[in-house]
Design a protein around this ligand. Structure first.
Ligand code: PMP
Length: 377
């Protein structure tokens, strides 16, 4: 059957390719996946079960249940974000749908979307599916993989229409605080860029609280904040996320959403509401566990002599590796049974690095780092 050109031109995800290799091998420890090894907190699961028992199996309002939107509005006040649940919040099927909706609703074919790299793998393909051009903006280990106004200017982003990024960052674990965000916000205002700020890892920071670019002067009106339940609440399979944006942007996103998705999964909406109402302690326990693992993995890589930038968010570290990262990752997998993702799949600046996820139990992290050490020897 004929396949659409724009899809034919999009290569399959480099991460998937690695998982397929890992699945085919025996006794593999995977530090490759970008999802929590925890289950969702029990109270959230219980709310989902209860909703099913009560026969809550219908569609919800397109924008999501009103109580959930109110809950999200309250939840994001911890980041000083102030959004009206009626007109400025839309509930989506994962942050993934929010990324897709942002592109399809707010970017025109032929527009240019600046994508800092190394980057989460979905942004460039989603922008291209919306007919946009992608402008890579390299970030560098020397700058702690932070996005700077200089990098934006050097890449030519002054002529772009939009910018999409995530901090805390996947794949590097970098975070940007308010002082780091200010020059980026100034650049966006000066050059009239729409900003899509993927803040799905906002709750997973280890050096201080998360700052959102949308709180900076003049930024709320040009920013879509993307959030979700997959990471902090360990709810990847429930598929629940949201976008916060000015009313006209939410209205536009809802127009696409109402024809393509109708509403986010109902069971997940009940789970999500309970998660934000009562699961702060469970989230904090998971965050502390990630932090212990993060310190352990960083110190082990440094002991091995691998340069490892101090990741302060999400659940990834991004050490340098000797030689070609794809070859390194492939040999590590076949010789020692440890799956990591080569940095080059995340775009420019990722080469010569590995993305290592520490959303894995301590025993596996100990064994995997011992194997990596043996492999390096
Ligand atoms: N954004 C980033 C930066 C991610 O790492 C991920 C998950 N890997 C997503 C979005 C997608 O999350 P969701 O499960 O909510 O669609």
């Amino acid at each position: 059957m004929k396949v659409a050109d724009r899809v034919e031109r999009t290569p399959p995800s480099g991460i998937r390719k690695f998982f397929e290799l890992a699945e085919a091998a025996d006794d593999v420890i995977s530090l490759g996946v970008g999802e929590p090894d925890f289950s969702a907190p029990w109270a959230a699961r219980a709310a989902a079960i209860d909703a099913l028992e009560r026969g809550q199996t219908s569609y919800t309002a397109n924008r999501g249940r009103a109580d959930l939107r109110e809950g999200i509005a309250e939840h994001v006040t911890q980041y000083d974000l102030d959004y009206d649940p009626e007109s400025e919040i839309i509930v989506t099927a994962g942050a993934s749908e929010a990324v897709d909706l942002s592109m399809r609703a707010l970017v025109d074919p032929g527009d240019t979307v600046a994508v800092p790299q190394p980057s989460y793998i979905s942004y460039a393909p989603t922008a291209k599916f919306a007919g946009a051009e992608v402008l890579p903006v390299p970030t560098r280990a020397e700058n702690g993989f932070k996005l700077t106004d200089d990098a934006l200017a050097a890449a030519g982003a002054a002529d772009a229409d939009a910018l999409i990024y995530c901090y805390p960052n996947n794949p590097t674990g970098a975070v940007m605080d308010e002082a780091d965000l200010r020059p980026v916000a100034n650049f966006a205002r000066e050059h009239d860029l729409t900003v899509f700020a993927d803040e799905i890892y906002a709750a997973l920071t280890y050096g201080g609280d998360h700052d959102s670019i949308a709180t900076l002067p003049g930024m709320g009106e040009r920013t879509v904040v993307i959030g979700g339940f997959s990471k902090a609440f360990a709810m990847t399979g429930l598929r629940l996320g949201y976008a916060l944006a000015p009313p006209e942007a939410v209205e536009a996103m809802n127009r696409v959403h109402q024809y393509t998705m109708l509403s986010a999964p109902t069971t997940a909406q009940f789970a999500g509401l309970e998660a934000i109402r009562s699961c702060d302690d469970a989230v904090e326990e998971m965050r502390e566990a990630y932090d212990r693992r993060r310190r352990y993995v960083l110190s082990r890589f440094r002991e091995m002599g691998l340069d490892c930038f101090e990741a302060e968010g999400a659940f990834y570290v991004f050490p340098e590796c000797p030689g070609d990262d794809e070859q390194f990752a492939e040999n590590l997998l076949t010789e020692e049974g440890v799956a990591v993702v080569p940095g080059s799949v995340f775009g420019e600046g990722g080469e010569g690095h590995l993305r290592v996820s520490y959303a894995t139990g301590m025993d596996d992290l100990r064994e995997a780092t011992a194997r990596i050490e043996r492999f390096l020897d």
